[in-house]
Design a binder for this molecule. Structure first.
Ligand SMILES: Cc1cc2nc3c(=O)[nH]c(=O)nc-3n(C[C@H](O)[C@H](O)[C@H](O)COP(=O)(O)OP(=O)(O)OC[C@H]3O[C@@H](n4cnc5c(N)ncnc54)[C@H](O)[C@@H]3O)c2cc1C
Length: 497
């Protein structure tokens, strides 16, 4: 029976795993071991709504403390400056996975020209507002949002929460491990300490010290679908730029560039393919687009893919040690939350005695989750016809989407029908049918079905869009909303009776 757990690493993955375990299974003895000299990766600042849900509802972090310490801003979705339309928005509410009975066809068929104002979040994003305004002028904070958070603020906040939850944190560098029939018996630190546990969580980032270093579990590469392998990262102190309520993802000659909106800081990064552009050229292009970026670049290499089995014997890998894809959809924290939740649930269900079939089931689910993420990201690239550089030519010609070929064929014949969901019986993922439809319609993926709604229905759709745009225009922007939430009389939903 598992009583003692060691989590190796205290980046966002290790801290989220330790905190989730301790809060859901308080009887466990949970210890984090981390090496401050190695430090944390220090990037990873966008998220998805499941992250918010995980923090507040599954782990039980109090909203006021989180907002005070982590200083997040709200993100309603991603604005893609991408593809032949110039831009389209992927919001966290539903734009295209929806049909209004009186309009007779799903929303996507009305978006031949534009996706603007297709939902309330899309209208708010278009107006630069985070929330609609209540009659008392304060923001109506709905559920379709996630956060932008500076990585060091997130790590500090999670560490404070972990301390409060009685997770022990030990500094030291792991340099070896002792094995037994269950996997690992103890880890060895370079100062001679030996730390035993029944269960180990490998959250050691790209170093993957336990799952790869000790257990040798192979890595499944995504190099047939995703061609980027480096990022150059930079940012600047915010001047008079408005705080946008969304992440921007903008196509570049050999990849794409993110913009993440913090209260006092703008964070930019160019994700590129080193086969297509050198570091120097990438940095030059990045700075041309963002003259405020400092002259000293920081380059971060990465490999897209995942451990074949993230859970082997008594070692459970999480975060970058389990797998990684570029942050085009800010998936890392989303996956870490899913993994933490799954681990806590499995330990609970198995009364702390995990069977091999539980482990096998988890590994199968993870394999499926990673494949869907790979294919979803690949979809962003495959149908973007806007640029004709060697990188984008390669994306169009070579991106392997065989994993979702049936979905593409269906779309080509039937257009943005929400019935596409029935092709995907195992379609449990955080992007949903919505994400796939937005990417297909947004990029004008090949489709033989004409988007020709009945003129009366089209008029109704346009009236609906205008109504949402009008409602959004009088909304509350991020800066004003932050001001409201910092007033002494503000109460978060978990502070109300
Ligand atoms: C360019 C880029 C942009 C990204 N943007 C986003 C984003 O917008 N949204 C998002 O969700 N994610 C993003 N990510 C991913 C995100 O940064 C990570 O997934 C997330 O921060 C989790 O990292 P981690 O905890 O797995 O690893 P790390 O932060 O690297 O932590 C590793 C930990 O392991 C410890 N450690 C390692 N080896 C040893 C050892 N031998 N002994 C003791 N301790 C050890 C270290 O001390 C550290 O505490 C991005 C990643 C990259 C590369």
């Amino acid at each position: 029976m598992i009583q003692k757990v060691i989590v190796l690493g205290s980046g966002s993955a290790g801290l989220l795993a330790a905190l989730t375990l301790k809060r859901r299974l308080p009887q466990l003895d949970v210890e984090i071991v981390r090496d401050p000299d190695i430090g944390v990766i220090g990037v990873g600042e966008g998220s998805t709504p499941n992250f918010v849900h995980h923090l507040f509802n599954f782990v039980g972090i109090k909203r006021k403390r989180f907002y005070d310490m982590a200083k997040p801003t709200w993100k309603l979705g991603i604005r893609f400056k991408w593809g032949p339309r110039g831009h389209f928005d992927y919001t966290f509410d539903q734009q295209l996975d929806k049909e209004y009975r009186e309009l007779k066809v799903p929303n996507g068929f009305f978006c031949g020209e534009t996706l603007d104002n297709a939902s309330l979040s899309s209208a708010l994003m278009g107006a630069g507002k985070a929330f609609i305004r209540k009659p008392n002028r304060s923001p109506e904070i709905q559920q379709w949002f996630s956060f932008h958070i500076e990585n060091h603020n997130l790590v500090e906040t999670l560490e404070a929460e972990a301390n409060d939850a009685r997770v022990r944190i030990t500094d030291g560098r792991m340099s070896g491990a002792e094995r037994n029939d269950n996997g690992i018996e103890a880890i060895l630190l370079d100062d001679g300490r030996r730390l035993e546990a029944d269960f180990f969580v490998d959250a050691s980032g790209f170093r993957a010290e336990l799952i790869s270093g000790v257990l040798g579990e192979p890595f499944v590469s995504f190099d047939k679908t995703l061609f980027c392998d480096r990022a150059v990262v930079g940012g600047w102190e915010r001047g008079d730029e408005p705080i946008l309520p969304y992440t921007t993802a903008e196509q570049m000659s050999s990849g794409w560039c993110w913009q993440i909106e913090h209260e006092h800081h703008v964070n930019r990064g160019y994700v590129f393919s080193s086969d297509m552009i050198s570091d120097e050229e990438a940095f030059e292009e990045f700075r041309r687009k963002n003259p405020k970026v400092p002259e000293e670049p920081r380059f971060v290499p990465f490999t897209a893919g995942h451990r074949r089995r993230p859970w082997v014997d008594n070692v459970f890998a999480i975060g970058n040690s389990a797998g990684f894809v570029e942050p085009l959809e800010a998936t890392a924290l989303m996956v870490v939350c899913n993994q933490s939740k799954a681990l806590a649930t499995i330990l609970q269900q198995s009364t702390l005695e995990v069977s091999s079939s539980m482990r096998a089931m988890y590994n199968r689910l993870q394999d499926r989750e990673w494949s869907l993420i790979r294919d979803f990201l690949g979809l962003h690239y495959k149908f973007n016809t806007a640029l004709d550089t060697p990188f984008w030519q390669r994306c169009r010609e070579e991106t392997d989407l065989s994993g979702i070929q049936e979905v593409l064929d269906f779309y080509e014949e039937n257009g943005p029908s929400v019935l596409i969901r029935h092709l995907l019986p195992d379609f449990v993922n955080d992007f949903g049918v919505e994400g796939f439809l937005v990417m297909l319609v947004g990029n004008r993926a090949p489709c033989r079905k004409e988007f020709k709604p009945d003129p009366k229905a089209l008029r109704k759709w346009q009236q609906r869009c205008s109504f949402l745009a009008k409602q959004a225009k009088t909304g509350v922007d991020v800066k004003e909303a932050l001001g409201f939430t910092r007033q002494p009389n503000w109460r978060w939903e978990d502070e109300k009776n």
